[in-house]
Design a protein. Structure first.
Length: 171
């Protein structure tokens, strides 16, 4: 396995980071940390944090939980879709974790987001497809800095977790 103790899953909203991350953690025998879940548990729903504090406030809270996750025992860490847009978070993750980008096509992401009941403050209500495309376009180069890139698409979460585990163990 890699010299870096942690594996960080990166990708856009609805790419499957949390679901795949749980399975990947089992495959690798590591703990699993979902940064969005930690934020919600401590500070309430993400859309409410955005309403109260804006994106800047949310990114600071996100940075705090990412720091904690990467200071702990080795883990698979599912990052929020926009975590890479915050330079200190991006630098910390690059330093301490093997980054895995779950690359899902724009059309598949849009379909998943339209089916989702989750409120996504960055995308508006109702879902603004144009805003989604612009965010994805802006974030994709940051995700692509990852050491490992896997095509998410319509493959099963189990299949993806096994593929990522194999790629991580080969490093």
């Amino acid at each position: 396995m890699t010299a870096k103790a942690h594996v960080a899953l990166l990708g856009f909203m609805a790419a499957g980071k949390s679901t795949i991350g749980k399975r990947l953690a089992r495959e690798l025998g590591l703990r699993f940390v979902d940064t969005d879940s930690l934020i919600v548990a401590r500070h309430g729903p993400i859309h409410e944090i955005f309403a109260r504090e804006g994106e800047a406030g949310f990114r600071l809270r996100e940075f705090e939980v990412v720091c904690e996750a990467l200071d702990g025992a080795p883990a698979v860490v599912a990052l929020g879709g926009g975590a890479v847009t915050h330079p200190p978070t991006r630098a910390l993750v690059a330093e301490r974790a093997l980054r895995v980008f779950i690359d899902v096509t724009e059309s598949e992401l849009l379909a998943r987001l339209e089916r989702s009941k989750a409120l996504r403050p960055m995308l508006g209500v109702p879902l603004d497809a144009k805003r989604m495309r612009l965010l994805l376009e802006r974030r994709r180069p940051l995700y692509a800095e990852s050491e490992i890139v896997v095509a998410g698409g319509r493959r099963s979460r189990g299949e993806l977790a096994r593929e990522i585990a194999t790629l991580v163990q080969a490093r």
